[in-house]
Design a protein around this ligand. Structure first.
Ligand SMILES: [Fe+2]
Length: 243
């Protein structure tokens, strides 16, 4: 059985114009939106980078405002795509502090935050932070941990935290071998260990890390099978948006 690509809800997309390394302006955002609409995909979550101390640090209010602006632009052009506000929060020491001050945007209306691990170092601090956020009753989804060298060395702590409620989002590109062998290996290992909750594009533009198309979707369907693909691309994202 083939899963219908139009049901896919992409929870990790850099579509907001001009606030990170994703779409550079409204026209680029609309072009990206059109790629989704062309596949019949109706819902995505905008997740601009939040990296404090850099130019990519738009706070919650700005993200909500930019999402509404983009939605208006798409509606005017009859591009049938609903964009929900979200944020890809780079791990930093003040995550909990900023979260409690309401500066960070969860995914849609949920109480779940998309957290990006650092590529250079990880682990102990990040994992402690995840635990603190979860202890306060929030959900945490870790963005593409399969791309992080320290997790590629050992996934033990990651798997342990998943047992405690941490959720994991893989990048489609990792499964398609676009980020190297080690990323693909860990992605498959996490899938085999039943530690994957979401699969998303992490799309940045119509060229770089583009949204999934029918051809790639077929490959994913074969690789993962219908039940898993449905769960991590459709059911779990839909449940997140309903929260
Ligand atoms: Fe991202």
């Amino acid at each position: 059985m083939t899963v219908d690509i139009s049901q896919f809800i992409d929870i990790h997309v850099h579509i907001l114009p001009g606030i990170d390394d994703g779409a550079k302006d409204l026209a680029a955002s609309a072009a990206l939106a059109e790629m989704y609409a062309k596949e019949g995909i109706r819902q995505i979550i905008a997740t601009p980078h939040f990296i404090p101390g850099t130019a990519w640090a738009a706070g919650r209010e700005k993200v909500v405002e930019k999402t509404a602006e983009l939605q208006h632009h798409l509606d005017e052009r009859n591009i049938a795509l609903t964009v929900y506000p979200g944020m890809e929060i780079a791990y930093h020491k003040k995550v909990m502090d900023r979260l409690e001050k309401g500066l960070l945007q969860p995914l849609g209306r949920s109480n779940t935050y998309l957290l990006e691990p650092s590529f250079r170092d990880t682990s102990d601090d990040l994992l402690r932070c995840v635990k603190r956020v979860m202890d306060k009753g929030h959900g945490v989804i870790l963005a593409h941990p399969e791309r992080i060298p320290s997790f590629q060395e050992t996934a033990e702590t990651l798997v342990e935290l998943v047992g405690k409620g941490l959720q994991v989002q893989l990048n489609i590109g990792s499964l398609l071998n676009k980020f190297g062998e080690a990323s693909k290996r860990l992605a498959m290992q996490l899938i085999d260990a039943d530690c994957v909750h979401y699969l998303a594009s992490d799309a940045h533009s119509v060229k770089s890390r583009r949204p999934v198309g029918e051809k790639e979707w077929q490959i994913l369907n074969t690789l993962l099978g219908e039940p898993l693909l449905t769960r991590i691309c459709i059911k779990n994202p839909a449940a997140l948006l309903k929260q």
